[in-house]
Design a protein around this ligand. Structure first.
Ligand SMILES: [Zn+2]
Length: 271
């Protein structure tokens, strides 16, 4: 089970809260890759992502005993990671993103050379598209579609309402869909003047925000309209690419950061 689904009452979390070092380490090991990916996507360079990971892990280790579970664990963790990112970025004029590392890690995990090449192209376009998004949209899509938080958990991490989160999410997804469309649905016809804003509608449908009748109408239109059908297919594929970009293997330096956080905790007088 992903750590994102851990309930505040989960025994592992409970043991970590009560000073069980093995439980804390297990928790940090499961959390670290997601925080590292968040750092890579959100805060600039590989070394910044390492620093953000380190700071976040140490914050978790030192404050987990006071984590009461008023918010979801994922909201708490990503809020810490986000603060660490903001601190890193502050005062730096030129923000550049380093999605390259993320692409390399991801395409390396594909099975065949052909698939690797195909994945690589998709991930390159996806990474460029993500990097081109305004930060507010990017963090919404990273948390919801890449790391798999619920809308409520992602809103909690960002300190915004669920409605605001969803509105950023719809725009972010539409922007990604547009960028990836030539690659994913190269022969798609253009939508007609009667076509609705299908990507946004479909995104709202995915968030469970449309009633039954609206859903039925959309599905009917999509079934009859090749242009909107292609838009929905491209959106689905783009979201799948987002999801699969979170399953890359754990890199050794991420493991090392967990060990360092545990050592720092010991140094601070923990168990
Ligand atoms: Zn249409």
């Amino acid at each position: 089970m992903s750590w994102i689904a851990l309930q505040p009452s989960d025994p592992l979390l409970d043991r970590a809260r009560n000073g069980d070092a093995a439980a804390l380490e297990q928790l940090l090991v499961s959390i670290a890759p997601a925080v590292h990916r968040f750092g890579l996507r959100m805060c600039g360079s590989d070394s910044d992502a390492q620093d953000v990971l380190q700071e976040t892990l140490i914050s978790i280790a030192t404050h987990v005993s006071r984590f009461e579970g008023k918010s979801a664990l994922s909201s708490w963790v990503f809020a810490l990671a986000r603060n660490a990112c903001i601190k890193k970025r502050r005062g730096r004029k030129n923000q550049q993103h380093l999605g390259q590392k993320a692409i390399e890690a991801q395409s390396a995990s594909a099975s065949s050379p052909e698939q690797r090449a195909e994945n690589r192209e998709l991930w390159e376009v996806l990474t460029r598209a993500l990097d081109g998004l305004p930060e507010q949209y990017r963090e919404a899509v990273v948390l919801r579609d890449i790391e798999g938080l619920s809308a409520a958990q992602a809103a909690g991490a960002l300190g915004i309402s669920v409605d605001a989160l969803k509105s950023r999410l719809h725009r972010a997804r539409e922007a990604l869909r547009k960028e990836l469309m030539p690659l994913l649905e190269p022969r798609a016809p253009a939508p007609s003047a009667q076509c609705p804003d299908m990507a946004t509608l479909w995104s709202r449908k995915l968030e469970g925000d449309l009633d039954k009748q609206d859903c039925a109408e959309i599905e009917k239109h999509v079934a009859e309209c090749p242009a909107c059908g292609a838009i929905c297919d491209a959106l689905k594929k783009a979201l799948l690419a987002c999801q699969s970009s979170a399953t890359a293997e754990i890199r050794p330096e991420v493991q090392a950061q967990v060990k360092a956080a545990m050592r720092a905790l010991t140094g601070l007088g923990g168990t």
